[in-house]
Design a protein. Structure first.
Length: 463
């Protein structure tokens, strides 16, 4: 006879405004949330049910808004130690300027950079992070293990998009020759990473995607075989697409078609694929993404920093394309925060053709939560506050100087200044308290990041 399972331990949070971001956009002006172990047990208006057993903690959340945890859908953690460089470049020239430095990274640098990137996001409300790592210089160590280890130590839910490049300078690509892998080597290493780290369970804290880098740096064979590998292993696929006019020109010159048609010709569109940026998309491209349910990681700050343009997010959403938000690498978004992208996505899209009707506050919040969960393939367990989903959520303080005079809580956190995070929970465990991380020491990470940034700069200068 099996032993009875332990009774769940409960956390009860009351007196908070709640934005669930469920299918009906249900909101409560004053409500409660009950967590049982790592799941949301119940939520609603008013006070929590009485006589709950095994309540280990009660939180009075007066003056706060509870939302789902933010979900980051595109990032390059290693860039944390190359911030503030090539600040007046477009994407192509920025890549040319920085690849010689990036090609000198090693395992210690990558671990510290991952800690910095994760820390900045986590203390700003990110509960699910993602890293697209594609630079694997020869002899650089276990970079994937270093990144995954940093995420585990931080306590965030994580997707590693195991990237790859096999088109170097000698083949007409941008990366130095010693910073790329062979096609066969990249595919084998990606498969090994999936088999070692990917957890497909409902409660998974770590997942892995197959992620060739971009048309500028990969062969058609790597893209096609990467798609086949991802489907054979049952994991998602990711890459950069339609980021700049230069990419559009490159694809037409090299492949005789635009980026979207090229991706589709290699099998790299589908409901198991999401693409970063997608700035330069015509009606046909958007229709292809909608038809195939290919997702998009919208990175407004990076797109502005590199003068790439304004993605047609309102048109994508209207067509039914899944869209989430991304920080992108911190060499093109030095702040490294996702909660500021809620505001930037709304404001930048209002500069486009749809003007004031482009996005509203609740659409922006949905992009940063449920939309991100969709493109990562995890909408059944994160991204909204619903009974049975995983307990990933944030308490935003909205009764302070920056927000107290804004009556609507969602408008406050999207249109207002970056709201303080009083508490952030991942898998039912608190990882942030009063804007400080509980799982790691921020000051140590800051010192280590400066040390590694200086070491990388010296190595790159000597090379």
């Amino acid at each position: 006879m099996a032993a009875p399972s332990a009774a769940p331990q409960r956390i009860v949070i009351e007196n908070a405004a709640i934005a669930t971001v469920d299918a009906q956009d249900t909101e409560y002006a004053s409500g409660y949330l009950v967590v049982a172990d790592n799941r949301i047990e119940s939520l609603g208006a008013g006070k929590a049910p009485e006589n709950l057993e095994n309540v280990v903690r009660r939180i009075d959340a007066t003056g706060h808004l509870i939302t789902p945890g933010l979900v980051n859908t595109h990032h390059h953690f290693y860039q944390w130690i190359t911030r503030g460089l090539a600040t007046d470049h477009n994407l192509f020239n920025w890549l040319v300027a920085l690849y010689p430095t990036w090609a000198r990274i090693d395992e210690q640098m990558v671990r510290v950079a991952a800690q910095g990137s994760l820390a900045m996001m986590a203390r700003g409300g990110v509960t699910t992070a993602m890293d697209h790592h594609y630079v694997f210089p020869q002899g650089s160590g276990d970079l994937s293990g270093a990144i995954i280890g940093a995420a585990s130590d931080m306590g965030v839910r994580f997707t590693l998009a195991r990237g790859s490049m096999d088109r170097s300078e000698k083949d007409g690509g941008l990366p130095p020759d010693f910073a790329v892998e062979t096609t066969e080597g990249a595919l084998a290493a990606t498969e090994e990473t999936v088999k070692k780290f990917h957890d497909a369970s409902f409660d998974s804290m770590t997942q892995v995607a197959v992620a060739p880098c971009s048309p500028f740096s990969i062969s058609t064979e790597l893209l096609r075989e990467g798609a086949a590998l991802g489907r054979r292993l049952g994991v998602r696929m990711h890459t950069h697409g339609s980021e700049t006019v230069e990419e559009e020109k490159f694809c037409h010159e090299l492949f005789g078609m635009g980026p979207t048609d090229y991706f589709e010709s290699t099998g790299f569109l589908g409901e198991d694929v999401w693409m970063a940026h997608c700035v330069h998309m015509n009606d046909s491209d958007i229709a292809a993404f909608a038809r195939t349910k290919t997702g998009v990681a919208h990175c407004p700050s990076s797109n502005a920093r590199l003068a790439a343009g304004i993605a047609r997010v309102p048109d994508m959403l209207k067509a039914g394309v899944p869209v989430g938000l991304g920080v992108d690498g911190t060499a093109s978004n030095e702040s490294g925060e996702l909660h500021t992208e809620l505001r930037n996505a709304l404001l930048i899209n209002r500069l486009g053709a749809h003007r004031e009707s482009a996005l509203n506050a609740r659409q922006a919040l949905r992009l940063g939560t449920y939309g991100g969960a969709q493109v990562l393939g995890r909408a059944d367990n994160i991204g909204s506050l619903e009974a049975g989903k995983l307990a990933d959520f944030v308490l935003w303080k909205i009764d302070g100087l920056g927000h107290s005079s804004i009556a609507d809580p969602v408008t406050a956190i999207v249109f207002g200044a970056a709201a303080p995070v009083t508490a952030s929970f991942v898998n039912g465990k608190q990882i942030v308290e009063n804007n400080r991380l509980l799982t790691v020491d921020e000051d140590t990470i800051a010192r280590d990041a400066r040390t590694e940034a200086q070491r990388l700069a010296r190595i790159a200068a000597q090379a």
